[in-house]
Design a protein around this ligand. Sequence first.
Ligand code: ZN
Length: 729
Amino acid sequence: MRRLVPLFTMCSFALACIVPAGAVAPPPLTGFTAESSVAERAREAAFDATLDAAHQRAWMQRLAAVPHHVGTAADKANATFIASLYRSWGFDTHIERFSLLYPIPKRRVVELVAPTHVRATLFEPPVAGDPTTAQTGRLPSYNIYSIDGDVTAPIVYVNYGIPADYLMLARHGIDVRGKIVIARYGGAWRGVKPMVAAQHGAVGCIIYSDPADDGYKAGLPYPYGSARNANAVQRGSVLDTSTKPGDPGNDRSLLTSIPVLPLSANDARPLLAALGGSVVPLAWRGAYPFTYRFGDGRARVHLAVASDWTHQPLYDVIATMRGSDLPDEWVIRGNHYDAWVNGAQDPLSGQVAMLEEARGIGALARRGMRPRRTVIFCSWDGEEAGLAGSTAWTTAHEDDLHAHADIYINTDTNARGTIEGDGEPVLGVLFNGVARDVTDPERNVSAYERKRDRQLVDGTVKPADANADIVIPPLGSGTDFDSFSQHVGIPSLDLSYGNEIVWGSYHSDYDTFAAFTRFEDPGFRYGILLAQTGGRMILRTANADLLPYRFTPLATSLAAYVADLDDEITTMRADSAKHALLEQLNAYQIASDPHQPEQSFGDDGVVPPVDLTPLTDAIARLARSAAACDALLDAASPAQFARAASLDALVRSTERALLDPNGLPHRPWRRNEITAPGRYTGYAPKTLPYAREAVEARDWDAAHTGVMTIAAAIDRYTAAVDAVAAALK
Ligand SMILES: [Zn+2]
């Protein structure tokens, strides 16, 4: 179904003068009066008219021309070029320099030493038809912040290497103490794998890309498609960012405690083929054409890694356009520009869309449409190492951010696909308004409609909710919103398109301009869509009469998080009871094949009742206050809009109420009581992390304290919402 898109022109008079006869005017945008909403839609139409895919293509080609990881001349040259672009569009631009501990490997060895000898190439060979892949100056394949080490030991296959996999190993009587584990990528963030391996006594960790996950089983490999070819290695950080991102400095506790290296499918193949012992469970089997086995001690591997522990400069490019009416309020937009190698998709696909937004906003300003609030564009360095550039900047400017920042909008990678917007629920109404107003270039329906239909087909949305707002998922970690959202308390949103491609070039030599323009977003049509989406998020926040935030979605999301936690506890209780019975009957052993016996591995105890009513009560109070406040915001009068500066300050303060100055248990840097990256998931979020992670660790006292702490944070938030409502009465 095609949608009629009304044409708006600049008009400062009555609404009727621009609405064609018979057309229905759209409702005013959230945060705008009817009149200012018309002007805003006209600005957005003018913004769209400035966007040109040819710019994105040219900038990506230039910025991705050569490898440009942290510390290279190319990284610095890219910063200088990006700064020159912002300046040319009228932004007050400077480069802020920070320093980062940045180990660069000087020795890497992975070799099978028994029963035969095979040495891994640790090299990604050039691909026919893509000369970029034959360039020199590439950072070797490695996992940054692995400690140095040199170990030779028997090798054990541990599937994804997450805690549940070690329970399965125990059931099969397999102990990894003193061994080197080989884990496949997937299942959790890569940094979790060496951490869990070390907790179980392993002395080394190899992480490889199984063809089942993003390789030939998932799609045609590059250069025939966008899936990972068998020579591609996933580089990446293993810094303990779930505890604290940024420069680890002298804090060795944030490094791994055992050496770790990544392998391609081709390099890992002889290691896995050499494993003896029992056949692994069905779910553990990947896509090599042989039988996967745990390892019986006979296959031995030599793993060595040694790095130069250098310090490298970071160059954050900060470009500011001072607001015309409310210059002390900051709308912040960011995307990193550093890469592991050429980085066309990660991060330049998002970077060039963001640059196009800045160019468009600069063009509007020259035509007298300068944003009302100050807009700050940030091109971050050092993201790949561990969100270093953005974390250094938010740390250096924390007090100013508390005083001035209204929002942080992040992007990173982008490609063909449906809209993804993860973020704080207070931005849900803003996000949905934008998603309904931008058009998917391949289906010609709104990004909202495309996403909603995908969710209906997948069953993640019920037919009864077919016209409801898209619920924005909570933030974990993995890109530059982290310190804004979880340390400083700025409402943040992470935007992208891209789930239609198998993204096998990720962090490899093959993430090139040629690959991106052939397979990932030919014609930069989704690059333009991302610029329209991000640009509207900025413009609607920067130009609103009152900040376009609404509080009800947080109450709704919190209720869902608590229901989910309740389900998790119920499931744990049932599983533990069943497990205790099987242990009592010795059923694991008796039921298993005597030639491949399984063992009992101990009782994990009873799951007691966990009282969640302090949370449900606090959420009920919030829901009442949020509904009342949202109604007042929706009905705000022009006289109230005129007091925007003081009202915005109150609105802004709400998000800070969710922070706990003491931080999460074991992770004091992380202060957000609503969401955090899981300690055993890495990037993926855990909602209500204090209580949920205590439950998962079966620490029932901590679970109770967590419930009370989170309920107190929700009550602080409710009080902040009540203060907004009181100011509106
Ligand atoms: Zn990235």
